[in-house]
Design a protein around this ligand. Sequence first.
Ligand code: HEC
Ligand code: HEC
Length: 160
Amino acid sequence: MRAFVAIAAVLAAAGCKSGGAGDVDAGAVGCIERNPPEPAHVHTDGMTHAGLECFTCHQPGGAAGIVFEFAGTVFTRDNGPEGGVHIRIRDSLDRIRVEQTDDAGNFYVRAGSGLAFPVFVDVSACPTTERMNAMLTSPSQGNCNMCHDGGVLGRISINP
Ligand code: HEC
Ligand code: HEC
């Protein structure tokens, strides 16, 4: 049985309240220490599906039968799996959810998180925090690898 990836509902006291949408400073809540990663979920086809668009199957009516609200993969600079780093999601009500990447670099948040769009996201491993400047505005954008496909837009990475 696969270990469940720890979900840390972090009540990060934002050091400074932002003036409005668009200028939330993820750095204000500090970096998150890297941890040893949990083993990735290996699908019945033997793959972790790292780098693929998780929502292809993990959406309502999808093949997985398990719906995710956020999911993707973090890569190292040389395109390897970046395990044990943290994805931080800050929703429109300033609630923060943190997920740790597994040893394939994958992370996910199951449906029912209660997080409200739009959200800001960053990836953190002390001393570095890489923030996505734009907000994710709709639930379909929880499918991180849809845009971060390694093409024109690179993979999600922390590049320590
Ligand atoms: C081609 C379809 C497909 C893709 C793409 C896919 N999955 Fe899955 N996933 C499944 C199916 C089917 C299951 C259930 C059976 C299994 O484990 O293979 C599943 C199960 C899971 C589970 C177990 C969930 C639970 O509650 O037991 C996790 C975790 C998971 N997938 C993560 C991911 C992540 C993260 C991605 C993207 C990086 C992803 N999957 C991409 C089809 C897919
Ligand atoms: C609709 C396309 C799109 C989706 C979906 C998307 N991103 Fe991004 N992301 C971008 C673009 C474009 C940039 C560069 C400009 C910026 O920062 O806004 C970026 C930049 C980033 C960065 C900073 C650069 C880096 O790689 O360190 C991080 C971190 C990031 N995104 C994480 C995520 C995560 C996590 C998700 C899913 C929860 C996600 N993104 C979903 C388009 C997207």
